[in-house]
Write a protein that binds this ligand. Structure first.
Ligand code: CDP
Length: 229
């Protein structure tokens, strides 16, 4: 049983990252956003594809030697005071670039490649050796740390999640439409749930939390009371 890892999995917009960050602060764990790793790999590959002459990312990625490309990637996560994760790709701070709609759209082709998942999992487990972490993602409790002492599966209705994500992006200064966000989210849910490798699913021993219509503080208290048990 791994006492140093708390796994919080669930779909986009369920509120898990904000809650995970705040709880980490309270219990003196670090917060790690594992989606940022998939975003960083996607950004790296998109940048290479753009110089390749093939304009279609999903076509281009199929004919790549993924393992040799992964050998050129160094991802580093720095923990800031407020437990924001600063993500560096080969020394460059890409924390903002990885949030663009383009990266979000193309990530599904990346997250379904076994070699890429193995690469990210190794990075995540290495950080897990030296820190006490709350990790949020899709497969932390099922694949990355199936031995985590605490596992939560945080979800909410599609309407609640789309609204949450819309407000988050507007606040970050991105220009987005609610309807578009909702549609993109539905597509991403579908590819996360249906992919053959490490699909999004609740671990049998994870605690299910539905955050639709529930305030962030109430969800936080629910999780904290489980942790105190
Ligand atoms: O922030 P948001 O919930 O939109 O997504 P994210 O956590 O940044 O993750 C982006 C995408 O990366 C997800 O839709 C998954 O396809 C993939 N991902 C994954 O496959 N496994 C993880 N542990 C984390 C993210």
């Amino acid at each position: 049983m791994n006492e140093n890892i708390i796994a919080i999995d669930g779909p986009a917009g369920s509120g898990k990252s904000t809650i995970a960050r705040e709880i980490a602060n309270e219990i003196h764990f670090r917060y790690l956003d594992t989606g940022a790793y998939y975003r960083a790999v996607t950004l790296f590959l998109l940048e290479i594809q753009k110089t390749s002459g093939n304009p279609v990312f999903s076509e281009w990625i199929k004919i790549q030697d993924v393992l040799s490309l992964l050998g050129k990637i160094k991802i580093k996560c720095e923990f800031s005071e407020s437990d924001e994760n600063l993500i560096f790709l080969n020394g460059r701070n890409i924390s903002r670039e990885i949030r663009t709609p383009e990266v979000t759209e193309e990530i599904k082709y990346i997250a379904s490649i076994r070699e890429i998942r193995n690469f990210v999992n190794t990075e995540l487990r290495n950080i897990g050796f030296s820190h006490r972490l709350i990790m949020d993602g899709r497969d932390i409790g099922t694949e990355v740390f199936p031995d985590a002492r605490f596992k939560f599966f945080v979800t909410a209705s599609i309407d609640a999640r789309a609204k949450r994500r819309y407000e988050e992006l507007i606040q970050k200064g991105f220009s987005v439409q609610l309807e578009q966000i909702r549609k993109d989210m539905e597509n991403r849910d579908k590819s996360d749930i249906e992919r053959l490798v490490a699909p999004l699913k609740k671990a049998p021993d994870a605690i299910l939390i539905d955050t639709s219509g529930v305030s962030k503080d109430v969800v936080k208290q629910m999780i904290l009371s489980e942790l105190r048990k």
